[in-house]
Design a protein around this ligand. Structure first.
Ligand SMILES: [Zn+2]
Length: 351
């Protein structure tokens, strides 16, 4: 979809023409001095520069990349998804469209936050309380059944024992019978935030060990069952981080849900009440931005959708989607034992 057509749709949907001049400055593909003999393996991601968080500097793409579109019916009915984040704004910013899509397609979902988010508030205590509320509200806006928090100290998670974080996740994965996880890529390159890497690593280990009969076997004595985690959606932190992308999820249908999930983050992140603050600031100068609407609630929604989600639109355009999110996806492994047995049945000869 061309930018003009998309803007036309947005105008029809309630946005005003005032935003067009701003979008006209959207940068194109950056100039490269790479000599022709080199094949680029990392690709700069186009950005509107309206959001500091939604676009990594680069992605590398796998040659079997899949664009995941809406699936009719409820193909995931009976399956359980855990969306795990170090901080209350991680899933909202990077993966809320995909989580909302998977829930709509039948998953029962849980939101698990590992830190206490104390570093994002007027004071440490205020940050803990506000982000606790935000995490609950983001879970509701997403459609999650329940939210959990581990309350490790914000930006200090590398001081925590990995084995404890991992074991707590294994307990939850088994208790909830998780099939699929969405979380930060444990190999997110150049991420400055230590909590993100810890979260990704703990989840990856927990996914593997949750199905084991020998690890934490006392869980089974208490009535828990192994959790078979077959699918992982790993996302990269922006802008410093980047990862290998082999799945682009079309979140066009779920963009308004993603906007509301981000609006729930009042304590941190670029969304919250930023639209209302801009509207009030302009009113004090005797001005208004028509796209922000006529009240603070509309201003918060439109601010997030028009400015903060714009990079998801630019990214999606490259793959034929109105809005999209990017992942390193790891799916179900082939049943190699069945394949070997099948080969043996077909090729065995009398001994
Ligand atoms: Zn974070």
């Amino acid at each position: 979809m061309k930018r003009r057509e998309w803007l036309g749709g947005s105008v029809a949907g309630g946005l005003a023409l005032g935003g067009m001049a701003a979008f006209a400055q959207t940068p194109g593909r950056p100039r490269s001095d790479l000599p022709a003999k080199f094949a680029p393996s990392a690709f700069a991601v186009p950005s509107t520069k309206y959001s500091p968080f939604t676009t990594p500097d680069y992605y590398t793409y796998a040659d079997d990349l899949v664009v995941e579109r809406n699936r009719p019916g409820k193909p995931h009915a009976g399956k359980v998804l855990a969306a795990i984040q170090a901080h209350s704004d991680d899933i909202p910013l990077f993966a809320a469209g995909t989580v909302a899509k998977l829930i709509d397609e039948g998953y029962t979902a849980y939101l698990i936050r590992l830190s206490n988010d104390e570093a994002a508030g007027r004071t440490l205590g205020y940050g803990v309380v506000q982000n606790e509320l935000d995490n609950q509200n983001a879970a509701k806006a997403l459609g999650c059944k329940k939210a959990y928090s581990f309350y490790y100290r914000n930006h200090r998670m590398d001081d925590c024992a990995m084995i404890e974080i991992r074991s707590r996740l294994i307990f939850l994965f088994r208790m909830l019978q998780v099939n699929t996880v969405v979380c930060m890529d444990p190999y997110n390159h150049y991420d400055e935030n230590p909590d993100h890497i810890i979260a990704g690593k703990a989840v990856e280990g927990a996914c593997w060990m949750s199905g084991s009969a020998r690890d934490y076997a006392e869980h089974y004595k208490a009535g828990l069952k192994p959790a078979r985690i077959r699918e992982k959606y790993y996302f990269a932190r922006s802008p410093q981080g980047h990862n290998l992308v082999n799945r682009v999820v079309d979140i066009s249908t779920y963009i308004d849900t993603k906007v509301r999930v981000n609006m729930a983050n009042k304590g941190k992140g670029p969304a919250g009440s930023a639209g209302a603050r801009l509207r009030q600031e302009l009113l004090q100068q005797g001005k208004k931005l028509p796209l922000l609407g006529e009240d603070d609630e509309a201003a918060n929604f439109q601010y997030v959708k028009f400015f903060l989600m714009a990079d998801h639109h630019l990214f999606g355009q490259q793959f034929g989607c109105e809005y999209a999110e990017a992942f390193r996806y790891i799916g179900t492994e082939p049943n190699y034992v069945d394949n070997i047995r099948k080969y043996a049945a077909e090729h065995a000869v009398p001994a």
